[in-house]
Design a protein around this ligand. Sequence first.
Ligand code: SF4
Ligand code: SF4
Ligand code: SF4
Length: 186
Amino acid sequence: MSDHNSRYYRAYLECHQVSRRGLLRGLLRGAERAQVVDEKLPRQAIRPPHAAPEALFLQRCDGCGLCQQACQQCVIEVVDGRAQLNLDYGACNGCDQCLLACTTAALSKASYAADTGFRPNFARCQNELGTSCAMCAHCCPTKAVTLDDDLFPTVDDSKCIGCGVCRQTCPFNRISPEPLIASDKR
Ligand code: SF4
Ligand code: SF4
Ligand code: SF4
């Protein structure tokens, strides 16, 4: 091979190595950007307690149903291949059995906060009609509900863990769910 040709091939190879490195760097930067976007993914459903952030949860939960089988309150269901809470007929009592059953780290008490994403809406509180009920405030396990001077309840978002106990204990069935919130209590 002439000196001219060998210089040409060396330059050609270097160029391609640089391009491959550049391509790899580009891919990694793209993956980093995707990670940033994913971390902001809002909850798509009310999740069992101590669920990973939504994007990670969607990756890890494989819909095996082990948490559903473990939940004696029967508030976990698997919808579209992922575990979620149904707080229409029951509440989460924080027993942790779902976490112990989860084998994929989609649920982890050590890593993620208890917040399920559920929030109570008190707009239809019966006290508006003159009753003197205080059940939701009494039963909330985190003392997140307070009653004002007119006995109208409000929830402290930073204390609420979305267990649904208030909704279940309201004797007048006056608590409805707020639109899902994206928990940042991690
Ligand atoms: S903590 Fe207990 S009650 Fe709550 S969802 Fe998990 S298994 Fe069910
Ligand atoms: S207000 Fe209290 S009882 Fe109601 S969902 Fe939040 S933590 Fe549970
Ligand atoms: S339990 Fe129901 S009726 Fe009683 S204060 Fe709470 S929202 Fe109102």
